[in-house]
Design a protein around this ligand. Sequence first.
Ligand SMILES: [Cu+2]
Length: 313
Amino acid sequence: MNTPTKLGAFGLGLAVVFTAALGLGRTVGPSTASDALAGHDQHEAPAAAAAVALPDGLQVIEDGYRLQPISSGLAVGAAKPFQFRIVGPDDKPVTDYTVSHDKDLHLIVVRRDLSGFQHVHPDRAADGTWSIPLAVAEPGQYRVFADFQPVGRADGLTLGADLPALGNYRPRPLPPAERSTTVDGYTVTLAGDLTPGGSARLSLSVSMNGKPVTDLQPYLGAYGHLVALREADLAYLHVHPDGEPGDGKTKAGPEIVFHADVPSTGNYRLYLDFQHQGKVRTAEFTATAGASPAPATPPPSASEHGADGHTHG
Ligand SMILES: [Cu+2]
């Protein structure tokens, strides 16, 4: 074995030990993110630390609770009833829920490319079957998230399942990161940065025709509801609003403040639901935590065009 190889192997060994130490620190040591989660969700047992490390929304079953779709897919264009159950550890549909953000259960529907976001509230039948008329605009592979808290649990769960909407799926690239976006004549501006492995304070300001909107209406117990999903695996971030309507300090706009626990570097898509003049609208942003990851699809390069030209010419 020559010297450079030995050094290389030694370096690799060091890297492995260092990574393992980091991993241990993340699991055992309280990070800012898990602190915030523990404080908010009342995780009490040390055994729960490992569960906290895994972001929400990546599993169809967690702690014995399963998201069980009854519908085999989603309807494109015209709405059809979408039905599902939450089945508990006792193998029975869950019928007792703790209200969170004004509802027993929040259903998020989004295509795998992070387009076509919907945040809806199904109705529950006595037997525990959830149902809502639902349509998506375009075919593709979709992810549905059920965000709920069963009675008897100190914290909420977000379970996710993939469902198809039949047709020709043409995924769209993630829109570039931006600080400002518009929806129905409203301009929403984002301040604050996603912090990998930490809790980020995000402020979203709503204006219309250049004037700050100061009469936002409470929606789901807050002046805004924010959902944040990680690009590629659609991990569902834990986000909570800063203050609530009627607490004497939270204003009805133009600024809505959230705290988001960000599990890693990468691109995220943020969806802000806010209500004004009786209507709920959704403003969407792409935001990057940490250094910008390399683009998934490199733009066509001159050499590729050259090669193509050579083949055909
Ligand atoms: Cu909801």
